[in-house]
Design a protein around this ligand. Structure first.
Ligand code: ZN
Ligand code: ZN
Length: 340
């Protein structure tokens, strides 16, 4: 058996992509080794590429939208077996002993780890993962579709299903991009009156195809007025990282509505607090989810026919793939496929 594998790494902040040969790692106790079949490229990989992650040690293999199968099982792993198809996402492990973990809120663990930042991720033929970070992939999902569900998918699905909105209420998705094109599909499948909001009308046919009941062109019309015609949105999922566009939508919420922000804009939000108070509205962040949340996302997607729109590149074209992901031309997620 070969003892080395191909991997793509970054060896310093703002460094170039390096294709390297590494020793195939052995799983420690509590870990499995995953033979990676596909790994999505996420905007958050910029933390590794640009050196923005606190305490990041180089060289680092990024990648937290991993799909593959278990190739070796370490000691003390009871629930998983060799050959099982699994995904590994942003949530890279928790401590089980901090106050949040003791309450079962593992995503909020004070010592949580992030895959591909705190340890090597999925831009490689093999990677190690702790057993508690594994999500079983349903038969129906190909690896290259399962990958993007492990970060982009779980983030928006988990945000929407915990938003407090109920079936029949209005859910609006701002931005039809990497997160938004999934958000529209989930909102529709969760039973919400689904509104897509984007600048211009060029995204309207796609938004409707993804399941939007309504489309608001925020250039041609006032989005707040249009949302209020529908009674206001119980939840607005703001996926376009544009502080001005997000802030402007608060008045489009219904009473007790929530503006949920799963991706950080560079600038601070400017919020009319009177509007929050008078409508008992809130603005909240959303943080990813655990492996079980990811598995729920995979299962819900397979059940209801939610698909990520992807463009695939082989691992050795990682530099090109990464650049394309950040180009604004991507429709809508880039996935590295790992052959062999
Ligand atoms: Zn991500
Ligand atoms: Zn903890």
């Amino acid at each position: 058996m070969t003892t080395t594998m191909n991997a793509a790494q970054i060896s310093k902040p703002r460094g170039d992509w390096e294709l390297v040969e590494r020793v195939i790692p052995e799983p420690h106790a509590g870990q499995v080794r995953v033979k990676v079949e596909a790994c999505g490229i996420c905007h958050s990989d910029v933390f590794v590429k640009e050196g923005l992650w606190p305490g990041l040690a180089y060289p680092r293999v990024p990648g937290h939208e991993i799909a593959g199968h278990i190739d070796a099982v370490g000691d003390n792993v009871r629930a998983w077996r060799q050959g099982q198809r699994v995904g590994v996402g942003w949530h890279g492990g928790h401590c089980f002993v901090c106050a949040q973990c003791r309450r079962g809120d593992f995503a909020m663990c004070v010592q949580r780890k992030v895959t591909g930042c705190d340890f090597d991720g999925g831009y490689a033929e093999y990677t190690l993962a702790r057993a508690e970070t594994l999500a079983a992939i349903p038969e129906a999902l190909p690896a290259e579709e399962a990958g993007p569900f492990m970060c982009a998918g779980v983030t928006v699905y988990n945000a929407l299903r915990h938003s407090g909105a109920r079936a029949g209420e209005v859910a609006a998705v701002l931005g039809i991009g990497g997160l938004g094109h999934l958000g529209v599909q989930y909102a529709r499948q969760l039973g919400f009156a689904t509104v897509a909001i984007s600048r211009g009308n060029d995204r309207e046919p796609l938004a409707r195809q993804l399941g939007a009941h309504y489309y608001i062109d925020s250039l041609a019309t006032d989005a707040v007025t249009e949302l209020q015609k529908l009674g206001g949105a119980r939840v607005i999922l703001a996926t376009a990282p544009n502080a001005q566009a997000i802030s402007a939508l608060v008045d489009g919420l219904s009473a007790s509505g929530t503006l949920l922000v799963p991706a950080a804009p560079a600038e601070p939000l400017t919020i009319n607090v009177m509007s929050l108070i008078s409508g008992r509205r809130s603005v909240a962040g959303w943080y990813s989810g655990t492996a079980r949340d990811s598995q729920d996302t995979l299962e819900f997607s397979a059940l209801t026919g939610v698909h990520p729109m992807i463009e695939t590149y082989p691992l050795h074209r990682v530099a090109e793939a990464y650049e394309h992901m950040h180009s604004g031309r991507v429709r809508f997620r880039v996935v590295l496929t790992i052959e062999g």
